[in-house]
Each structure stands twice: as structure tokens, then as C-alpha cells.
Design a protein around this ligand. Sequence first.
Ligand code: SF4
Length: 316
Amino acid sequence: MGNSSQPPLKGYNNYGVYLREKFGGRRVFKVIVDAGFTCPNRDGSKGYGGCTYCNVDSFTPELPRSLSAIRAQIEQGIVRARENYDAEKFIIYFQPNTNTYAPLETLRALFDEALSICPEDVVGLAVGTRADCLDDAKIALLESYTHRLMVDLEMGMESMYDATLHQLNRGCSHQDLVGVLKQLEKSPLNLCVHTVFGFPGETHAMMLAYAHEINRFPQIKFVKLHHLHVVAGSIMAAQYKRQPFKLFQLDEYTDFLCEFLPLLRPDIVVQRLFGIADLKLLIAPNWGLKKVRIQTHIDQAIQRRGIRQGSQFVTA
Ligand code: SF4
């Protein structure tokens, strides 16, 4: 993995490279599990409708939190990943919705069940959630798995501005995330923060400031960077139809990343540089390229321009 004295392979710390180095060159694949969770800004406890950019229909309909359903998803996911991608090792990834939004004992049963499957080849657990759906006991539960595997806790920052979060119906504030990050300062969990660029009302300078905000927390190990896209079935799709707003085009977003990455702390590993939506649901921006072509386009620009993650990072 790159550090300040050694240029990273792609100009930034790429997650694929990180995994290969960490697991001795083996092919590691994330197996996604939908455990049927919901979100507090959907079920009425903090609001209804979910985040305005989120398509509730794009998620699998709510499953009963059945352990057999989890088992089948993981077993089939592992078989498919072995057959299609020659995957050798697996990270079980609880991804859709808010994966700590349930009572502690429900979570324990789900995670225990998931990690009992193919234990010789499962090397990690990743859990996507919101900062306002974590407490001491849930954090302790996740930490209890770290003695045997890598455990990634992925939290949505989305925007660092409360005015934007309010507009998005997030139902939580940036301070909620900051509070949990502080609480996890010494945690053995690998913390990943997820951000979206291009929300209406945020200027270029406001978006670049995300790098400085992320840099403040040395406990953040991974980031997932996304550009905003409008997907069918979301509240934002209706807003966009009524009054279209500016979204990133590919070249503009590439330029933005080429400014952003030099500001980002050099030790952070970038799990994702852009978002990808099902083309059947994507309303805008449609860049007309498949995922691999977009990745290549951005990677080539980063290399051609000699961009290096952290080259403009200044220690506070
Ligand atoms: S973006 Fe995340 S928190 Fe918001 S509604 Fe969708 S799954 Fe829930």
C-alpha cells in the first residue's frame, strides 16, 4: 500500500491493490448480504421516505430476518464468485439499508450465522450503517469479531453540511458521525466513510473541503467516493424532473477527483472513486460507459496528470 514516501501504484491507494497485498495476492471478493433491514428515516422513527437520492425500490423487498435466508445468500454468493471471478477469499458484506438497525441479539445471530459459513475462506466482515444507529453494545459486538477477521464498519457521511443533510431527509447530522468517529478513535474496526459529491447547493470549494474533514480523523482507514446520480423511484427523481439541476459530467468529475485526491491524507485507502447505478434505473448523469471504462478513464487521467494522493496534504 502506498505511503508518503512511496508513490501509490495508481496515484492513489487503490482498494484492490490493498486487498491483494493484505491477503498474499489471493483474489478477495465481497459477498453482499441483504438481511432485510430498514432505515430510521424510512420506518417513521426519524422520518419517512428515506434519503431523497436513495431508491427504496432498488433494494430487495424486505426479507424476514431469517438465518436460513442469510445462509443461502452467502453460500450462493461464494459459489458464484468462485465460478465467475476465480475468487479465493471472501468478505461478507451487509450492504443494503442500515445494517445495525436492529436489537443487539438479532445482530449477533445474523453476524454469527454469516461468519459460520465457509470460515476457512471468509477473511472479513463489512457492515454498512449510519452513525446514529450505533451504540456501545453494537460497537463491542462488531469489535468482538476482530480477533479472527478484518471487520470494516462503513458509515455514510454523504455530506458534511447539515443544511444538505436536512434537504436530503437524512434524519441525522454531521455531528452524529463526528461523535461516533471520536468514540472509535482507538477501535480495532476499520472505519470507512462514504461521501457523495454534487448535491445541489454545494459549491466546488465546499466539496473539496470534505478532504480536510476526513483528514481530521486518523481512525478513518477507507473512503468510498461517489458522484451524485439521480435514480428512478427516488424522491430526488421527482425533484429533478420538476426542476433539473447540475450534475457532474465524466470529465468534470475526473477534474474534481484530480483536485480532491492530492488533498486527501496519503494513508487512506480509496475503495471507490465513483458511484454506479443500474442503467435501467439511472436517470442522470448517464456517462454512456460501463463501469470498467469509467474506471479506466479516471485512472488514466490521474496517471497522465501525475496526480498523487496526499501530495497537498498538510498536517494540522
Ligand atoms: S441512503 Fe442509506 S440511510 Fe438513506 S434511505 Fe438509503 S439505505 Fe437508508
